[in-house]
Design a protein around this ligand. Structure first.
Ligand code: MOS
Length: 699
């Protein structure tokens, strides 16, 4: 349906700085929480202080008398909304539908919105609002035994069991049987969630920070029973999303307040509130059993994962999923199970499933390599499957071992002495480790419009979300090549639900999904122009819808792959672990913009350092809420934690994509924590199966 990528011009594949980069660094780019509106009111969310129970009463009178306060919305006076619908991404989390009942299912549940003329007045009043609760016993303890855990499907069935696991384990010369845990981890995009709602000429307009305006607009239309055409959501610049920026309490509260008060209302989450309202990564407990012949060939692979969700919505962190793609075994068992606790609902967080799952799987593989006396790369090469180990489907491209070979060469792996605990440099023990990465490569249906303007330039309308990834720039390069023109002849409009349906910035699918629709429209426009049409003053516009093209793809295992390498230094006296260098080599489809792609990979790997060594949200069992829910109490890797990180890629165009794209948003974090944990073992001789690898665990 499209011409081969090689026949194109070469904007794609050439480094370009972000189109909006200058606006961002000069402050000209406005984010959702700072766009001015006349007569703007400010809402401040009040969150429950109890972990389970019901609201008995709310003393609003004193607060309503405070300076500037115009309203207090709560379950007793807020408008009713719809929650029983199926949205674009399934059944929505009812947590976003605020103030619908008096139940409190977890600490940090939104119980009221105080609205005032200024943000300071709203905050002062919100802090003064007295809410009386009836408390009930709660359970937030993930570490306890959970006999009531149950299997939950996500992308695939919850449980897949192929072959006789116990028989293959019994017949194995080498067995690894280990449990791994990962903690509750939180989204901390630089820009907190923020939304301003207003009614404008009969239309609801939301200025927001999200990962897909069409998605948010359609959810709000359903929730408030509005004609979808009467809802407009704009999201021009987004300071990070990572899975947390969908439909959440602040947007719904802002719409309710704007509707009641007939004036624009802004609601911004504080950093601390984000720990309750933004979603997060569930803790996991994972058991791995690997059985192999003496030469390392896998006979048995079992990966069972347990994660937690709230009592109001089912979200599963399917950490046992990646094993289904990574390695074949005669008996192959995987299971994802869930336990309900009195905690907020978790959500997608960069590489959901793959990030914690790869920590356990790739650590266990390192343990197996040690027991087999094999190099860990060689062990993976011996178990690299021809086809999907569980699905039996062919791979659209699997260059995992090529990534390992290239990474090993550049990292200097060949000189490595596999024995642990031997290298010393002053007070430091040194070690190196490696791990595999993979992430699904998909595309979602999108629409685009490309206009040939009378002045010879082009305008592209694609409802992409640039969550800091450089999506606007990527679309410019893709369109320029498809139109056979230079990038500076193309202007791209994104981030506005009025531009029409498009896939979200999520699942590592944004760039590929949008590029597909843009390519279809641009190529058709180019063909029309080649016929020699005169361009009228309003230009010539071609619209596309990629639904059919994407639906026609043959069934294959579609994934990106990668190899992670890390070198660490461990101080056995203090327990401190320092990552000295990392290298990631990826096979992740055609790279649209090498500059921003490298940012993406390095960003993911940096998060891997954070995951391996630092991040951990700790709940107080008695209160049900967090200790230190802020950037002081919850450490995210900072510059001082991050050494030389190098990311690069091998040529790996997707043969079934018009541009050759696979998607790169998430794979950078996958396997990174395992590579570091494996390096810590190599340095010290001690396996760390619980993240993060804190100093007290090293000692
Ligand atoms: Mo990503 S976790 O799909 O935003």
């Amino acid at each position: 349906m499209t011409t081969a990528p090689t026949a194109r011009q070469n904007a794609v594949g050439t480094a370009h700085t972000r189109i909006e980069g200058r606006d961002k660094v000069t402050g000209a780019a406005r984010y959702a929480g700072e766009i001015p509106f006349a007569d703007l009111a400010h809402g401040w969310l009040v969150l429950s202080t109890v972990a389970r129970g019901r609201i008995r009463s709310i003393d609003t009178a004193d607060v309503l008398a405070m300076p500037g306060v115009v309203a207090v919305l709560h379950h007793g006076n807020a408008p009713r909304v719809e929650t029983g619908y199926v949205g674009l991404l399934g059944v929505p989390d009812p947590t976003a539908a605020v103030f619908q009942h008096d139940r409190v299912p977890h600490a940090g549940w939104p119980v009221a919105l105080v609205v005032a003329d200024t943000s300071e007045q709203a905050r002062e009043a919100a802090e003064a609002l007295v809410v009386h609760y009836e408390q009930e016993p709660h359970d937030v303890d993930f570490t306890a035994e959970h006999p009531d855990a149950y299997p939950v499907d996500s992308h695939g069935p919850a449980v897949i069991e192929k072959g006789d696991l116990e028989a293959e384990l019994a017949a194995s010369a080498v067995v690894v049987d280990a449990e791994y845990t990962t903690p509750e981890e939180h989204h901390n995009p630089m820009e907190p969630h923020a939304a301003t709602a207003r009614w404008d000429g009969g239309r609801l307009e939301l200025v927001d920070s999200n990962q897909g305006t069409f998605w948010v607009a359609s959810e709000l239309a359903k929730m408030f029973s509005l004609d979808p055409a009467s809802v407009r959501v704009r999201s021009e610049h987004v300071g990070g999303g990572f899975g947390s920026k969908g439909v959440r309490a602040h947007q719904v509260a802002a719409v309710m307040a704007a509707t009641e008060l007939h004036r624009p209302v802004r609601v911004v989450m504080t950093r601390r509130q984000m720990f309750s309202l933004a979603g997060y990564r569930s803790p996991t407990r994972q058991r791995l059993r690997l059985g192999a012949d003496a030469d390392g060939r896998l006979r048995a692979l079992e990966h069972r994962s347990l994660s937690a969700t709230s009592t109001v919505h089912e979200f599963i962190e399917s950490a046992a999923g990646p094993a289904r793609t990574m390695y074949g075994a005669d008996a192959h068992h995987t299971a994802n199970r869930l336990v309900r606790l009195d905690v907020p609902t978790p959500t997608w967080m960069r590489a959901p499933g793959e990030a914690p799952g790869s920590f356990a799987l790739e650590s266990a593989f390192d343990e197996l390599a040690e027991k087999c006396g094999l190099d860990p790369i060689e062990l993976r090469a011996r178990n690299d499957p021809e086809a999907g180990p569980v699905s039996g489907l062919p791979f659209s491209g699997r260059n995992l071992i090529a990534c390992f070979r290239e990474g090993a060469r550049r990292f200097g792996w060949a000189d490595r002495d596999p024995r642990p605990g031997l290298r010393r440099e002053g007070r430091w023990l040194l070690g190196t480790g490696t791990a595999a990465a993979s992430f699904p490569a998909g595309a979602g249906p999108s629409t685009a419009a490309v206009t040939a303007e009378a002045d010879g330039t082009y305008t592209v309308r694609i409802n992409a979300a640039d969550i800091g990834t450089g999506a606007r720039t990527a679309m410019t390069l893709v369109a320029a090549d498809a139109l056979r023109t230079a990038p500076d002849q193309v202007r791209v409009r994104i981030g506005d639900s009025d531009l029409g349906p498009a896939f979200i910035a999520g699942g590592s699918m944004g760039t590929r999904s949008w590029a597909w629709a843009v390519t279809i429209a641009a190529e058709e426009l180019r063909e029309r122009l080649a016929l020699g049409a005169d361009i009228p003053p309003e230009g010539i516009t071609v619209r596309s819808d990629s639904t059919e093209a994407i639906g026609a793809l043959a069934q294959k295992e579609r994934h990106s792959f990668g190899a992670q390498f890390a070198e660490v230094a461990v101080d056995p006296a203090t327990g401190e672990v320092r990552v000295r260098r990392m290298l990631g080599i990826f096979a992740a489809g055609r790279i649209v913009n090498p500059l921003t792609a490298r940012n993406q990979f390095v960003g993911g790997m940096t998060w891997g350092i954070s995951m391996a060594l630092h991040e951990e949200a700790v709940r107080d069992r008695a209160l049900g809420s967090h200790y230190g829910a802020d950037l002081a109490g919850y450490h995210v890797a900072a510059h001082a934690d991050v050494p030389a990180i190098e990311a690069d890629w091998i040529d790996d165009p997707d043969p079934d994509d018009p541009v050759g794209i696979k998607g790169i948003g998430e794979i950078g974090i996958v396997g990174a924590a395992a590579a570091i944990a494996n390096a810590v073992w190599h340095a010290t001789g001690v396996r760390h199966r619980d993240l993060p690898i804190r100093p007290d665990r090293v000692l």
